[in-house]
Write a protein that binds this ligand. Structure first.
Ligand code: PXL
Length: 265
């Protein structure tokens, strides 16, 4: 039987990031993808491709989760962009209704176009209500600074310290993505499972951010965990998969490129 993977995430209308990236990743890695939409992000080509953000009402999110969990025996979920405190409330409540083998949280903290004050509220709510439920959390460098309270993360030992602090918030496994902003010519990821630190490295593919990379990494970790991999093996495979998807990225009429999960490894 094919393993089931469930994403609770935002829709990104150009197809590069969010739930669209999650479902492509699930399919590519041989799992059956199921999705619940939390919000709709439509980049605005008339306004420098800024984010337009519309939350889905909590009732409709609850309905989608009800349908997905009633239809399938789900035990592995990825949580992506939530966006509002009302969404965090309904998702946190739904997650506590059944046991999960894996809850992978990509702590997408800011989305341009949201009220500046709202970001602080959602950060606090995510930290309080979602992170304690996570078995794996995958912050990027910016999110790791916010969640750890560290002003700078510039070395491998900083990554380790940030991972240790974020693990104290609840998640069993912390994966910090160094990405293009981490100094040096390598994309360095730090994995901390509560006991051991594992550093994963790949040559940086370029210096520009590629849309959908973070979503793809977390979704690939989710798929590998669903198939039975242990956490470090899941992250290792996910990093290879994401690096290939960045190398095979697609250009579009957007000012950024988007990952392509169909790139062969
Ligand atoms: O890559 C972060 C992200 C996640 N989810 C949605 C997004 C974005 C970035 O644009 O739109 C829905």
């Amino acid at each position: 039987m094919v393993d089931l993977t469930y994403a609770i995430a935002g829709s990104e209308a150009t197809g590069g990031a969010g739930l669209q990236a999650d479902l492509k990743t699930f399919q590519q890695l041989g799992t059956y993808g199921i999705g619940t939409i939390t919000c709709i992000v439509s980049f605005d080509p008339k306004s420098d491709w800024g984010h337009r953000f519309v939350p889905i009402t909590p009732e409709v999110i609850a309905d989608q989760i009800e349908a997905a969990t009633a239809a399938h025996d789900l035990d592995t979920v990825k949580v992506g962009m939530l966006g509002t405190t009302a969404t965090i409330d309904v998702v946190a409540e739904a997650l506590t209704r059944q046991p999960w083998r894996h809850i992978v949280v990509d702590p997408v903290l800011i989305c341009k176009g949201q009220e500046p004050g709202a970001a602080l509220d959602t950060d606090a709510a995510l930290r309080r209500q979602i992170l304690p439920l996570a078995t794996v959390v995958t912050p990027n460098l910016f999110e790791a600074k916010i969640l750890s309270g560290m002003e700078t993360i510039e070395s491998v030992s900083d990554l380790a310290e940030a991972a240790r602090r974020i693990a104290d918030l609840g998640p069993g496994v912390v994966v910090i993505k160094g990405g293009v902003d981490f100094p040096g010519d390598e994309a360095v990821d730090m994995v901390f499972d509560g006991e051991q630190f594992t550093t994963l490295r790949a040559h940086k593919v370029g210096t520009e951010r590629v849309s959908g990379a973070g979503c793809t990494l977390a979704a690939a970790i989710t798929a590998e965990l669903a198939k039975g991999a242990d956490a470090v093996a899941a992250v290792r495979t996910a990093k290879e998969f994401t690096t290939a998807a960045i190398i095979g990225r697609r250009t579009a009429h957007t000012p950024f490129d988007s990952v392509w999960q169909g790139t062969s490894r």
